[in-house]
Write a new protein. Structure first.
Length: 603
């Protein structure tokens, strides 16, 4: 290449060869093939150890082979399974990724982002992309050599990557391509430009010069915030603290890791005398209900004058491993309802649950209705608001068929108990499963983040959500096993087989009668998304199955009856101020409809 001739971005990229970041097979999702392979090997090792253990403990059946099996079992355990078990427990306790392949991927993400930041920063001058410097670097031998060295560093990281398809690294590779195009001011050969706006017919929606100008600004925004790695950026921007509204922990509410939050009314807002009790999933920080200004369900309900309480399930510890859904779905709520009733004896109590938090509230309220009706009392809680809460789990209309199939292929309850039974299920294991029901989710989240970086305040505005998204909580071991077996695989709620304890001996341990929601006059507000892969609309059908229905299964009713509202949204719609405002308006309408009086008083 002659001095003065600009180096071509496709020439630089060709030097990388084909890597796992390229998705040349056109996969629609991420495939963590090494993790899947490692998981299969781990299951086989533990199954073989169990086989040796069974043989060695049955000398009457296997005779002298049991002695040989015992010797093999001792060696096998010390050489293979015990090191795996120890590694899993140490990493889970430390909050680290137990999967060595995914852990390596995490290291690659961090260093790839740092290299993007460094390379981009080389062309920044007081926060502005320096086109003169870029021209100099791309037209001189020393500059060519520098760019090729950077590209080789990226290639080395990509070739050590342990997944293929629509991965997070694929999104980062697109950012690298964009950066090289902007530096060289030359389009790619035979390849679409990343972040090129498109017309409805698929043609480019801007000129190449407009593309360069827009992406120079995109790079300036990302570099200024040092946000090429959203996870690291969110940790730095939030300092590990998220949540908008002020609260106090209710005295006497501590139950293992669980606590009850009482949010304080804003200054100048008068209480409307009604209590809203909120429950979130066991696997997420509860701040999803209170992410940021204008993105907070708590904030919106406080402004309406509600007295807001929220169940904070906390970070479960070693003492919580044997706590099942009986505890989290019955004992906790019974205790907190008792506390709230003592503090607000005459208040109307409404309940709001998100995802799993809402799912578990349904059998709780049904069992509560059974208990109160058995004692000749009216049901005292008659409005339940659900947000993306799945209840039907089958292979057909629910939309959970793919996840159920994945669980059947890969879930081994004995192995999970062996590895995590004493330390609880790490969020990384939950995230691994989420990839199966949200094709390419890690790619779309990162690509979308990069794409929105040019909008004013978009990077800063996303910090709290990104922190929440990338910092899950552990799932108590026994509760996790029961959630998988009773709900995902057993579909017990819809099948009428789900059991809960009871203060009424005649009901204790018996299947919950979900029709008690109707007899108790409970109205259900079901808010679901047509684009939600985690809680598909075919699964979010509580309002169509139970509670106060007008004429059988309904889609939407008025006048205090159940209500189902389906929007063109995904699972976590609260990050949109517009969508959240719409949700709060419809919720307020539902809660302010006729007072609950029980089934006998209904027309």
């Amino acid at each position: 290449m002659n001095n003065g001739e600009r180096i071509h971005p496709s020439h630089l990229l060709a030097g990388m060869g084909i890597t796992p970041a390229d998705n040349r097979m056109g996969l629609k999702t991420a495939v963590p093939w090494k993790s899947l392979w490692g998981g299969a090997q781990t299951r086989a090792l533990f199954q073989y150890q169990k086989f040796l253990d069974d043989v060695s403990n049955n000398p009457q059946l296997f005779g002298p082979f049991s002695v040989v099996a015992g010797m093999q079992e001792a060696f096998f355990k010390s050489a293979f399974t015990e090191p795996i078990r120890t590694h899993a427990r140490i990493t889970a306790r430390a909050g680290k990724e137990p999967d060595i392949y995914r852990d390596m991927n995490g290291w690659i993400y961090k260093n790839y982002a740092r290299s993007l930041y460094d390379l981009c920063g080389y062309f920044m001058n007081n926060g502005t992309f320096d086109r003169r410097k870029a021209r100099h670097i791309t037209t001189t031998p020393d500059g060519h050599r520098m760019l090729k060295e950077y590209v080789q560093e990226f290639a080395q990281m990509e070739n050590n990557y342990n997944s293929i398809g629509m991965t997070r690294l694929h999104a980062m590779k697109e950012m690298l391509k964009c950066l090289l195009v902007v530096i060289t001011e030359t389009p790619l050969d035979g390849e679409d430009l990343p972040y090129m706006r498109k017309n409805a017919d698929g043609t480019d929606g801007m000129t190449f010069e407009e593309y360069l100008a827009e992406n120079r600004y995109r790079l300036e925004c990302l570099h200024k915030a040092n946000a090429f790695d959203p996870k690291e950026y969110s940790e730095r921007a939030t300092q590990g603290r998220i949540g908008r509204s002020e609260y106090r922990i209710v005295k006497g509410s501590d139950m293992h890791s669980v606590r009850l939050r009482h949010y304080l009314l804003p200054r100048g807002v008068k209480s409307n005398g009604r209590v809203l009790y909120m429950s979130t999933p066991l696997i997420n920080k509860p701040e999803l209900f209170d992410l940021d200004d204008g993105k907070s369900v708590v904030q919106g309900m406080l402004r309406e004058g509600y007295i807001v309480y929220l169940v904070d399930y906390g970070e479960c510890g070693p003492d919580d491993t044997n706590l099942g859904l009986d505890f989290f779905g019955k004992t906790v709520h019974d205790r907190y309802m008792e506390i709230i009733r003592k503090k607000h004896p005459d208040a109307v109590i409404d309940i709001m649950g998100y995802c799993m938090g809402g799912t578990l509230m349904l059998p709780y309220l049904a069992r509560r209705a059974e208990e109160r009706l058995f004692r000749g009392e009216k049901m005292d809680i008659c409005k339940l608001v659900l947000m993306a809460s799945p209840v039907r789990f089958d292979d057909d209309e629910s939309g959970h068929g793919q996840m159920r199939s994945f669980i059947r292929r890969n879930y081994d309850p004995d192995l999970m108990n062996d590895l995590y039974g004493s330390v609880n299920i790490p969020p990384h294991a939950i995230d691994f499963g989420m990839n199966e029901i949200q094709p390419g989710v890690h790619y779309t989240v990162l690509s979308g983040f990069y794409g929105r970086a040019i909008h004013p305040g978009a990077i800063e505005d996303s910090a709290s959500f990104l922190y929440w998204l990338t910092h899950g909580t552990k799932f108590p071991a026994r509760a996790h096993r029961e959630w998988i077996e009773k709900f995902f695989l057993g579909n017990e709620l819809v099948e009428g087989a789900y059991r809960l304890p009871s203060t009424v001996s005649e009901l204790d341990g018996r299947p919950v009668d979900m029709e008690a929601l109707y007899r108790g006059g409970v109205r259900i507000f079901d808010y679901r998304g047509s684009r939600d892969p985690i809680a598909p609309p075919g699964s979010c059908v509580a309002a169509e199955l139970w509670g106060m229905r007008s004429n059988g299964n309904i889609r939407m009713t008025r006048g205090g009856m159940n209500r189902t509202i389906e929007k063109n949204i995904g699972h976590i719609f609260v990050v949109s101020k517009k969508l959240l405002a719409e949700y709060l308006t419809t919720v307020s309408d539902f809660l302010n409809e006729i007072k609950c009086e029980g089934v006998d008083e209904m027309p």
